[in-house]
Design a binder for this molecule. Structure first.
Ligand code: PBG
Length: 324
């Protein structure tokens, strides 16, 4: 009985109901996180050329979006901000009246059921567009993490449930955990972008967040895409420093890294399904070369199958509709 004709794997593929019964991987709206780009103004919904379907939203519009996310059962929102003003040190990143801080306060007041995460970084707030402070063309580490920790604290003070540092400076998780605990925010969780690779797939995002580096690239702080073992060291260090959960980013070109992190560490693992991965499918679908819905769901299931508990994705709202 070990093979054909007694064994026929097609028996359980015969109908949709049989296939559903033996499905090994499940995708639910509650596992998805929707990124939003908050911008100044009121009633603003500004479409993005490089990220079709995604819009920059003023705070009042983010709140409307937040209500929809709760209705659709989506797990969380991840807030990015476009500041009024940029400067050398990214001071709006930690301003009490900064765009992210105002957005978080509004979401917490108006949509209390929504889990609010914030991206903690300097790149959208600095004139040079780097994720840390710059001196003579160098991205400084130890001074940067002080500013980054202040930004995380300001998000916690505004009411964020989870802060997600994406800068890839060494030691930033410890700096953030330290300042949060000192200031009485011991219940705010840290979801660290632990294994974040220097990637071409962030292209469309940089238009959305207006965060393209003015000189050079991010290779002196983001990881080399060839290094899965180093990714495990990054995750181990972030967990030692106090991260509660970790992100692997991008996702589709790094599914092996997701699996290795999942196998090695018993913490929640998130995959960031980045802008370029979304954009590729959108562009191909617009040309009629593939079906967006099927390609998107196939991609999201692949991330779950690789081992991601949570997926940060621009398809979160669409996927929730498709899965309903
Ligand atoms: C900021 C940040 C980036 C992304 C998330 N946070 C861009 C970058 O590192 O250049 C990328 C997200 C995406 O491409 O969807 N540090």
């Amino acid at each position: 009985m070990s093979g054909y004709p007694a064994v026929r794997l097609r028996r359980f593929r015969r109908t949709a109901a049989l296939r559903a019964l033996v499905r090994e991987t499940h995708l639910e709206p509650g596992q998805l996180v929707y990124p939003v780009f908050a911008c100044p103004g009121e009633g603003v919904r500004r479409p993005l050329e490089g990220l079709p379907g995604i819009v920059q939203l003023s705070v009042d519009e983010v709140v409307e979006e937040g209500r929809e996310l709760v209705e659709r059962g989506i797990g969380a929102v991840l807030v990015f901000g476009l500041p009024e003003q940029k400067d050398e040190i990214g001071s709006e990143a930690y301003a009490d009246e900064g765009i992210v801080q105002r957005t978080v306060r509004a979401l917490k007041a108006e949509v209390p059921g929504l889990v609010v995460m914030t991206d903690v970084c300097l790149c959208a707030y600095t004139t040079h567009g780097h994720c840390g402070l710059v001196r003579e063309g160098e991205i400084l580490n130890d001074l940067s993490i002080e500013v980054i920790a202040r930004a995380a604290l300001s998000h916690a003070e505004a009411g964020a449930d989870v802060v997600a540092p994406s800068d890839m400076m060494d030691g930033r998780v410890a700096a953030i955990r330290g300042i949060l605990d000192d200031e009485g925010h011991e219940n705010v969780a840290i979801l660290s972008y632990a294994a974040k690779f220097a990637s071409s797939f962030y292209g469309p995002f940089r238009e959305a967040a207006d965060s393209t580096p003015a000189f050079g690239d991010r290779r002196s702080y983001q990881m080399d895409g060839a290094n899965p073992r180093e990714a495990l060291r990054e995750v181990a260090l972030d967990l030692e420093e106090g991260a509660d959960a970790v992100i692997v980013k991008p996702s589709l070109a790094y599914l092996d890294v997701i699996t290795r992190v999942r196998d090695r560490f018993d913490v929640p693992v998130a995959a960031y399904n980045v802008s370029g991965e979304y954009g590729m499918v959108r562009a191909a679908a617009a040309k009629g070369w593939l079906d967006e819905r099927q390609a998107a769901l196939e991609s999201l299931v692949a991330m779950r199958r690789a081992g991601a508990d949570v997926i940060i994705t621009y398809w979160a709202k669409d996927a929730a509709k498709w899965l309903a």
